[in-house]
Ligand binder design. Structure first.
Ligand SMILES: *Cc1c(COP(=O)(O)O)cnc(C)c1O
Length: 735
């Protein structure tokens, strides 16, 4: 197969004049390449479909990566395919829409983001989950960052994003014949990703240097286009680095504490230097979780050298412009480093700041005088930001209590940590079929107002049969996906022909389908539903009103208890008492998540309250008509109103783990037996579950806009970014 060169590094394909009328094979090809090199395509299903149609088999094999797919086509072959499939006008239209999107006349941000137009937000995060073909994320935090920048793009909020490029990403998960998780790291070919070397004002690719006591680290910088947002990714795989340093950014959350602090140094300090080299001067730094908060120290250094400020002045100035978001309600979950690692990596920067190592350590300690306290990234973040927030209302309470010692003179309500509840990027998570339904029934410009409540009230005007049919179609697509995946898993494990055949027919679209997919951390209690195995099997195999359950999720490679949970659940497939109604899908990622949240009837979430900061997967389910069955934790504690889903427990906390687990397990079974299952199987003469459909409508109308990333980014803009960039001191209004 002839390979075609992708555009020269640094080229900006979209801005060249490709939209001339002549349709030579080359110009058609160039348009496709231009579309493939802006991840805008990934939240426009009709554009993704264009690529898939070119070669459906390769599309799937290539993880839905259009850059890689197009490299397998010559312009001539592409033109032939486009001719056969009558794709010309769709390609042209997609290309035109992208160009229009990139040059909008007016956006929400034009009116509402004021000062940011000159001084954008710099959004830092250790991971970005944008699409399955760009494997630089591990889970919820990354997907949230991806959704944040997509909504900033959609709203036109001026924002640049900074992250790390991991050329092996996070691991791919396989289960062996015993059901035990095996990890595989795959080397990504940078030429197959939609990114180019980032260039400075002089047009040359930029590299940043970070000094440590153990020698210099170099990082090159990639530019990835996510709609109107530019995402800059730092990458240590540079020939000029020592061999071991070239691997520093190979894996997400891999390696030991030293790897970790070095990655965080590159992200924070390197990230600020990259912005400088790019000629970008941010008005506001949004630091998403503790990994990136070293950025504040580098900005202080900049202010001191460039504006002649003293350390104290610079510190006040930087905290004025910094917004810090914390995501971790467990004390043990926060990054901490000992004094040796801090001095080794921040020593040279500390010299420039003119502070002692005790002063520096003090910035990362709750009690600066306590020499036994290690350096905590979250403490640095809280001390160096005037605006700090948690990610749900309940998480706000937990966070204020957790860090109350930082403000010992304040009562808990006055601890300056607010909350902005997480949300999801609707176009990325809304199934095409549901979008069509909304298009038919909502005002024509509903997409422009999806972060507002009014449009979603229209759901009550939709014909219940139409909503149910749409949901049923999506559920069937999910079941086909499960059958394909599970039979492939059986084949790989060389299971018997009968087992493979059974997998090809597993699950039944008429049965109430529950999905549970997330990281297999023990606090999320993936096995809560299966703990009383007899009771669980009765629910599965009830002759009149059965249920079926789809599980997915990875355990961190070092988390043995998490892997044990996976083994236990995956092996239920072999238990005859489960009647073939439990499946485990391997290698949970954005693609698997998308299929699940499009098609399930019920999304189960049962963490130990209050350990789930927010959670977002349940918000994705809402958009597609699924109902949440969840512990009143994270976002669900503020979302559930008695009629828009189902609750487990009544929001109690402060009991021992054992008592909590016992209570929640009992309540989970009771809610299923007495509420969820009867409601689902209560059908009218047309076979429609009227009361269930009503709940779907309640869920969509009350939750879709509130837990959207558009609402979230508007909140950050109005309550944090503007005042940070404008230098207003009105902090914490977002409590
Ligand atoms: C949305 C999403 C998450 C977040 O899910 P929660 O468990 O609800 O926090 C994690 N992983 C992937 C791949 C996702 O798409």
């Amino acid at each position: 197969m002839t390979r075609v060169q992708s555009p020269a590094p640094g080229a900006t394909p979209v801005e060249t004049s490709l939209d001339s009328i002549e349709l030579s094979p080359q110009s058609l090809y160039d348009k496709c390449v231009a579309i493939s090199r802006n991840l805008w395509w990934s939240w426009h299903p009709e554009v993704g479909t264009l690529f898939r149609e070119l070669d459906p088999v390769r599309w799937r094999q290539l993880d839905h990566n259009p850059v890689a797919l197009l490299q397998e086509f010559t312009p001539e072959r592409l033109e032939m395919r486009a001719g056969e499939l009558v794709l010309y006008s769709r390609i042209n239209q997609a290309y035109r829409r992208l160009k229009e999107y990139l040059n909008p006349g007016h956006t929400w941000g034009t009116t509402n983001s004021g000062v940011l137009g000159f001084k954008p937000v710099a959004y830092f995060s250790a991971e970005f989950g944008i699409h399955e073909s760009v494997p630089i994320y591990s889970g919820g935090l990354g997907v949230l960052s991806g959704d944040h920048i997509k909504s900033a793009s959609g709203l036109g909020v001026p924002l640049v994003a900074i992250g790390l490029f991991y050329d092996q990403g996070y691991f791919r998960q396989h289960l062996n014949a015993e059901g035990y998780q095996k990890e595989e790291y795959i080397q990504t070919d940078v030429k197959k990703l939609p990114m180019d070397p980032a260039c400075g004002p002089d047009g040359k690719p930029i590299t940043v240097k970070i000094e440590t006591r153990a020698g210099d680290l170099l990082a090159k910088v990639w530019l990835m286009r996510v709609g109107r947002v530019k995402l800059y990714l730092l990458d240590c795989d540079d020939e000029r680095n020592k061999p071991e340093d070239r691997e520093l950014t190979a894996r997400l959350y891999g390696g030991d504490q030293r790897t970790r602090i070095r990655q965080e140094l590159v992200l924070g300090v390197g990230g600020v230097r990259a912005l400088k080299a790019l000629g970008i001067s941010p008005g506001c730094y949004h630091l998403n979780e503790g990994h990136c908060v070293f950025a504040t120290l580098e900005v202080i250094r900049e202010r001191m050298t460039e504006e002649g400020m003293s350390f104290d002045e610079a510190l006040r100035d930087v905290s004025q412009h910094t917004v810090f978001t914390t995501h971790t309600p467990v004390p043990a979950g926060h990054d901490r480093f000992d004094g040796g690692l801090i001095e080794e990596h921040l020593g040279p920067l500390r010299d420039s700041l003119g502070i002692s190592s005790e002063q520096l350590m003090g910035l990362g300690r709750v009690d600066p005088q306590n020499h036994h306290e290690s350096f905590c990234m979250t403490v640095l973040g809280l001390k160096l930001s005037r605006r700090a927030n948690a990610v749900s209302s309940l998480h706000g309470h937990v966070t204020r209590r957790m860090w109350a010692n930082l403000w010992p003179w304040r009562v808990e309500e006055e601890i300056p940590i607010g909350h902005i509840t997480n949300g999801v990027h609707i176009p990325s998570w809304l199934a095409w079929q549901m979008q069509q339904l909304y298009d038919r029934n909502f005002p024509a410009d509903w997409v422009l107002h999806m972060g507002k409540s009014d449009v979603w009230q229209q759901i009550y005007q939709v014909d219940p049969g139409e909503l149910w049919e749409t949901h049923y179609a999506l559920k069937n697509l999910l079941i086909s996906f499960v059958r394909r995946r599970v039979s492939r898993q059986c084949l790989r494990r060389e299971e018997s022909e009968e087992a493979v055949e059974a997998a090809r027919n597993i699950l039944d679209p008429h049965v109430l389908t529950i999905g549970f997919a997330r990281r297999f951390a023990t606090y999320k209690r993936a096995d809560l539903l299966t703990q009383d195995l007899d009771r669980f099997c009765q629910l599965l195999t009830d002759t009149e009103r059965p249920i079926q359950v789809i599980f997915a999720g990875k355990a961190h490679p070092a988390d043995e208890p998490g892997k044990e949970l996976i083994r236990k659940i995956a092996n239920l497939r072999h238990n005859p008492a489960c009647g073939g109604r439990v499946v485990f899908i391997e290698d949970y990622d954005i693609n698997v998540c998308r299929h699940l949240i499009h098609g399930v009837d019920v999304w189960l979430n049962n963490p130990r309250r209050p350990l789930e900061a927010s959670g977002t997967s349940g918000q994705k389910v809402v958009l597609n008509g699924g109902l949440n069955l969840s512990v009143l934790d994270g976002w669900w504690a503020e979302a559930y109103d008695g009629q828009n889903g189902f609750a487990i427990g009544r929001g109690q906390s402060h009991v021992s783990t054992e008592i909590l687990d016992d209570r929640d397990r009992e309540d989970l079974y009771r809610t299923l037996e007495e509420e969820v299952i009867p409601l689902y199987y209560d059908r009218d003469i047309d076979g429609l579950p009227r009361h269930w459909i009503r709940r779907m409508m309640n869920s969509i109308s009350s939750l879709a806009w509130r837990f959207s990333a558009h609402r979230m980014v508007m909140d950050y803009n109005n309550l944090a970014y503007l005042s940070a960039a404008g230098g207003h001191s009105s902090d914490m209004s977002y409590r």
